[in-house]
Ligand binder design. Structure first.
Ligand code: HEM
Length: 223
């Protein structure tokens, strides 16, 4: 077992954990978007979907714990790799000038990731906490109205849109980076991976952004 943890602690091990957890998060976002798109079916449909999820609450809780652990591994490995990268940087510059590009890449991924993390905390605070911990509209199963309330604020809606642009950057580059770590960066597959990453990112960002925009313009202030 010791060899396993040593492998996970090596640089490539950390990158692998980043890639695997990153792919899990890419998959989570697909499920999350599909679930959220039911909002376009109106209050009755969305409230019923959430109400049905309440009937399998223990399973939802287990999935949420797994998801939280995935986030924790993704973020802690990002921080550890970032520190490693920083320590190695002066040497890299002397040996190989091209490391400048990868340095800018990891810095922008780290910065976009950090801002997405702040977004996530705000997002969970306003929606997940409201849905799960006694918001009056959640008690009466009027979950839809919680979103109407949240997205009636131009600041909150604007924050979502800015965060989603950064998320787009992070997803597009993270997608490629993960498959590179898996060794799919050959001439044959990599252009396809890049295209798939772009299609995935565009669908996710347009899909997620459509929700705050829709709520802000069609429901803004009508709670
Ligand atoms: C912009 C559109 C989005 C909307 C309308 C939305 C809506 C929601 C709602 C209503 C919940 C609470 C669900 C419940 O507890 O039953 C939730 C939870 C959550 N959201 Fe979002 N979300 C959006 C975007 C995102 C993005 C971009 C991420 C990731 C970066 C994200 C990550 C999460 C996570 C991790 C949870 C907690 C786990 C869960 O309950 O599924 N969300 N979201």
């Amino acid at each position: 077992m010791g060899w396993f943890f040593r492998a996970l602690n090596s640089s490539i091990g950390k990158k692998f954990v980043m890639a695997i957890t990153g792919v899990c998060l890419l998959l989570f976002l697909i499920i999350h978007l599909v679930n959220n798109l039911t909002l376009f079916g109106g209050p009755e449909l969305f409230n019923n979907v959430v109400k049905n999820l309440e009937t399998i609450k223990p399973l939802v809780r287990v999935i949420e714990v797994i998801l939280a652990l995935i986030f924790v591994f993704h973020i802690t490995n990002a921080i550890r790799l970032w520190i490693e990268n920083k320590k190695a940087r002066p040497v890299n510059y002397k040996i190989n000038g091209s490391s400048k590009n990868s340095d800018i890449f990891s810095r922008t991924m780290f910065v976009s990731g950090s801002i997405i993390f702040i977004f996530l905390v705000i997002h969970l605070r306003t929606l997940w906490v409201a849905f799960n911990f006694g918001h009056p509209k959640a008690v009466t199963h009027e979950y839809f109205d919680i979103l109407v309330e949240a997205f009636s604020s131009p600041i909150y809606t604007g924050l979502y849109l800015v965060a989603l642009i950064l998320l787009g950057y992070h997803l597009y580059h993270g997608f490629q980076s993960a498959f590179q770590t898996f060794g799919w960066n050959n001439k044959k597959f990599f252009p396809l991976i890049k295209k798939l990453g772009l299609i995935y990112t565009v669908i996710m960002i347009i899909g997620f952004a459509s929700i705050p925009i829709y709520f802000f313009f069609f429901y803004g202030g009508n709670v």
